[in-house]
Design a binder for this molecule. Sequence first.
Ligand SMILES: Nc1ncnc2c1ncn2[C@@H]1O[C@H](COP(=O)(O)OP(=O)(O)O)[C@@H](O)[C@H]1O
Ligand SMILES: [Mg+2]
Length: 245
Amino acid sequence: MAPVLQAENLTRSFGSIVVADDLSFSVEQGECLGIIGPNGAGKTSVFNILAGVIRPQSGRVLLAGQDVTRQSQFERTRLGVGRTYQVPQPFGQMSAYENVLTATTFGGRRRGRDAADRAYDILTRTGLSARADMLAGSLPLLDRKRLELARAMALEPRLLLLDEIAGGLTEAEVNQLVDLILTLKKELAMVWIEHVTHALSAAADRVLAINAGRKIAEGTPADVMADAAVQEIYMGAIIDAPALD
Ligand SMILES: Nc1ncnc2c1ncn2[C@@H]1O[C@H](COP(=O)(O)OP(=O)(O)O)[C@@H](O)[C@H]1O
Ligand SMILES: [Mg+2]
């Protein structure tokens, strides 16, 4: 069977800024691929290429063997691409439940009782059932992250793209989030961009390190973190960076 996701030789630049440079990788069902790289390396842009927000200048994106490179963002959502955003985007004036219900209805294409049941089920699985009636905008950070995951899961994706979901959490909260991600990943394929490397080490089966859109290393989390080129480029840039984006 074809992998859930295949990225083949993706290339894209914005003027002189290269965000994808002949980049290839694939992800299987039940697998989590981590992506690391310094700020500005092109990580979020790669997600935008996978999700259909921007087009690659060359290369292909395949979902379960189907070439979706020319499909719109909307089409790819329908075909099973879900994502969370680096900056969470809930409807702040709606409750957690209403946020997830909106996603099960409009994204998951469920109706009435079915949409409501599905929304409650996802809130329970993401540990949010006790906060279902709270306004999304008033949730503490960990719960906003859970809600970000819940909204993406409501679309019933087969590929889930997580963009820096662990940032800003305490150590204990990161561990809770990792536990949740480990249960969710069993039923789909996942790509997780993350600066919190110990979280990635706990959840990712493989890690890809990129810089200026180019693959620097790929392998087990331990091997990639220990790679000399990764240490030099990634760790150096992180230490120099005034703030993580
Ligand atoms: N739509 C765009 N137009 C022009 N430049 C962009 C666009 N999107 C991203 N960039 C630039 O591409 C580079 C990589 O950005 P991004 O993919 O967000 O990096 P990362 O997520 O690795 O921090 C940055 O210099 C950013 O300013
Ligand atoms: Mg980014």
